[in-house]
Design a protein around this ligand. Structure first.
Ligand code: 9MR
Ligand code: 9MR
Length: 614
């Protein structure tokens, strides 16, 4: 049965991205990528030749914040004009001089046209003879991104064919890693010899990123964020927008919210990674499964001929499973009681196994053929898992684990980078702050205040900069866009807790950064914006290396600026870059331009939040 068409992204070039596939995507996105692109060269010369007007290239919500950054060395205010698609000036004013901006190395002015309440497409902002990329002002601005950022997960699925009717012809592919040659996984994967026993069926789940590894700590975080997004939407009365038949997933029409169908694909995998009862280390989760050696690019999933290996269980993986499965038990209960019960059983066993094996650490050196995802401090994972188990069960033993954890009371649990697969303490705070639980009122108030105070910290970081980025100037690390988006979700939670508009503003301006209001004028989301990333590091969406393969689908978030320059392309092309400008839309730059489930998850979360504001 043909599917009804879902809302398509309408901003700029997005409409063509998924419907007509790779060829049109390429011809429509005429801005050349790579070292010669106008963006890269303008960034390089920005301080010498002040020039750009950087906006959210998708656009702005009619009743949302509307700010832009102008790169200009002028020390006096400049006149700006907002023009509609017909070129008529609909608003005007003067800039605020901001001056030197450490992260971008640029000199900035701010334009604030928030008071403009009109709507339409094809607006531009002109300052001092320079004109921005076109953008929309409309209430349904984020509907398309909400669906596309979620659809990313379907397209990352392992162990199931990706169907043309759902993903578009260019993105269809056979199932990967189902034990069909040349694949050598994932239906009977042995442990790395000498480190653990046994052979497991670990089919399914999502591929992590541009590689085809599957890592429990990152999978646990990403799936938690998707399910958390649904739980949040439900609290705010918007669950319907993520309900059944809202996403392009094969389970459409089964009566269960599509985002939960998508998340279940990963949850089933995570539970397969748990050592079964009766075996040594029963209840623990294997840290990861991936290729024995790095495969080259491109490598289609169903063509991957490398042996797959399970890596030893770790305490961190076990606790991420416990947290995600405990959340599953609560959130799925109204829709599928049997599945919810299975999740709870898995979560309890994982918790008990982690308590019995509290210091089994995944080594940082284990990064051949897959990422290490190492973590030397797991007290925060204990806290997060205890918080989820307590929120779901209300049981005293989990409450005690929460209240006795140093992560429950420490003042620095939220870092400037928010949270990550390595730092999960904030997730415990967010759960306890938002999900009804039996903590004493004063303790609950303190937990909530800690989330709000973290959001205040991000707002003050934004206020001090030319681009309103919720990161400090030294925060541009591998996956900085994921950190930015995570911080956006912290501000959105603070908005839910306080209803104070400044937090909503912070969350929405976080999307402005990701969608083009940044040092490079780069929309980091494929298909959204006039100058959007399209060559992210991926073994199947590898069009830059093989014209028969597609670019990443619309709604794929690039890792973002990384001052560490940790790949050869970044090292060659970006020497001397200012932190926020250390990015290149080249498939070879895996340290600035990969995609990953833990980066798309907060993008999807934020897009759903923003779509509700429309
Ligand atoms: O392609 C890999 C990417 O998915 C990882 O994030 C990255 C870091 O772990 O490594 C990439 O693989 C490269 C490897 O580390 C070094 N040899 C070249 C590989 C392919 O670019
Ligand atoms: O997101 C990870 C980042 O924090 C690390 O610095 C980096 C190097 O270890 O690895 C990143 O994760 C990659 C993982 O190792 C392999 N799959 C792709 C992930 C995104 O690049």
């Amino acid at each position: 049965m043909p599917l009804p068409l879902l809302p398509r992204p309408r901003g700029a070039r997005a409409a063509t991205a998924l419907l007509t596939g790779a060829l049109l995507l390429i011809s429509a996105q005429s801005a050349p990528a790579g070292a010669d692109s106008p963006t890269t060269s303008s960034a390089a010369t920005a301080s010498a030749a002040p020039s750009a007007v950087q906006v959210n290239q998708l656009g702005y919500l009619p009743d949302g914040p509307k700010r832009a950054t102008v790169v200009s060395a002028s020390t006096t205010a400049l006149a700006w004009q907002l023009r509609d698609a017909a070129g008529r000036t609909t608003a005007s004013g003067t800039t605020t001089v901001r001056g030197a901006d450490a992260a971008s190395g640029q000199s900035a002015h701010l334009v604030d046209f928030s008071s403009y309440q009109g709507a339409g497409t094809g607006y531009t902002l002109t300052v001092d003879g320079r004109t921005s990329h076109p953008f929309d002002i409309r209430a349904n601005l984020y509907d398309g991104l909400r669906a596309d950022a979620m659809s990313f997960f379907y397209q990352q699925r392992s162990g199931i064919p990706i169907e043309a009717r759902l993903a578009g012809a260019a993105y269809a592919r056979p199932a990967g890693h189902l034990g069909v040659a040349p694949n050598r996984g994932d239906t009977a994967v042995p442990c790395v010899s000498g480190v653990c026993d046994g052979t497991r069926d670990v089919r399914g789940g999502w591929y992590d990123a541009g590689d085809q590894g599957k890592y429990v700590v990152n999978g646990g975080l990403a799936v938690w964020q998707l399910v958390n997004s649904f739980e949040r939407a439900k609290r705010s009365g918007h669950a319907g927008a993520l309900g059944d038949s809202t996403l392009r997933v094969p389970e459409r029409g089964n009566g269960i919210p599509d985002v939960l169908d998508e998340a279940r694909w990963e949850l089933e995998f995570l539970m397969r990674m748990q050592v079964p009862e009766g075996k040594r280390e029963a209840g623990m989760a294997y840290h990861k499964v991936h290729d024995a050696a790095w495969t080259g690019l491109p490598t289609r999933p169903e063509q991957d001929a490398e042996p797959r290996e399970l890596h030893a269980p770790s305490t961190a993986a076990t606790l991420n499973l416990a947290a995600a499965a405990a959340q599953c038990a609560r959130v799925y209960a109204p829709y599928d009681a049997a599945f919810a019960a299975r999740c709870l059983d898995s979560a309890r066993r994982a918790w008990a196994a982690a308590r019995a094996n509290p210091g089994v650490l995944a080594p940082a050196s284990d990064s051949t053929g897959g990422g290490a995802y190492d973590d030397s401090e797991v007290g925060d994972e204990f806290y997060w898992a205890a918080a989820e188990l307590y929120a779901t069960t209300g049981e005293a033993s989990y409450r005690d684990a929460v209240t006795s954890s140093p992560y429950h009371t420490a003042s620095d649990v939220f870092t400037p980078g928010g949270f990550s697969w390595q730092g999960t303490g904030p997730l415990g705070r967010i759960v306890l702050a938002t999900v009804r639980n039996g903590l004493p009122a004063a303790d609950l108030a303190r937990v909530r205040a800690s989330v709000v105070s973290a959001a205040d910290g991000r707002l003050s970081a934004m206020a001090g900069q030319g681009y309103a980025v919720p990161l400090p100037a030294d925060g541009y690390v591998w996956g900085s866009n994921g950190q930015v988006a995570n911080n956006g979700t912290v501000m959105a939670v603070a908005y839910e807790l306080t209803k104070q508009r400044r937090y909503r503003t912070g969350a929405l301006e976080t999307l402005d950064y990701l969608l083009g209001r940044n040092a490079l004028g780069q929309s980091y989301v494929t298909g959204y914006g006039e100058h959007a990333s399209q060559n992210q590091h991926h073994r199947f969406w590898a069009h830059q290396y093989d014209a028969s393969l597609p670019n990443p689908p619309a709604g794929s978030l690039a890792g973002g600026a990384n001052a560490g320059l940790q790949d050869p392309v970044a090292q060659e092309k970006l020497p001397g870059c200012a932190p926020a400008a250390c990015y290149i839309d080249d498939i070879g730059s895996y340290s600035t331009n990969e995609v990953a489930i833990n980066w798309n998850a907060p993008l999807a979360w934020l897009a759903a939040f923003a779509a509700e504001r429309g």
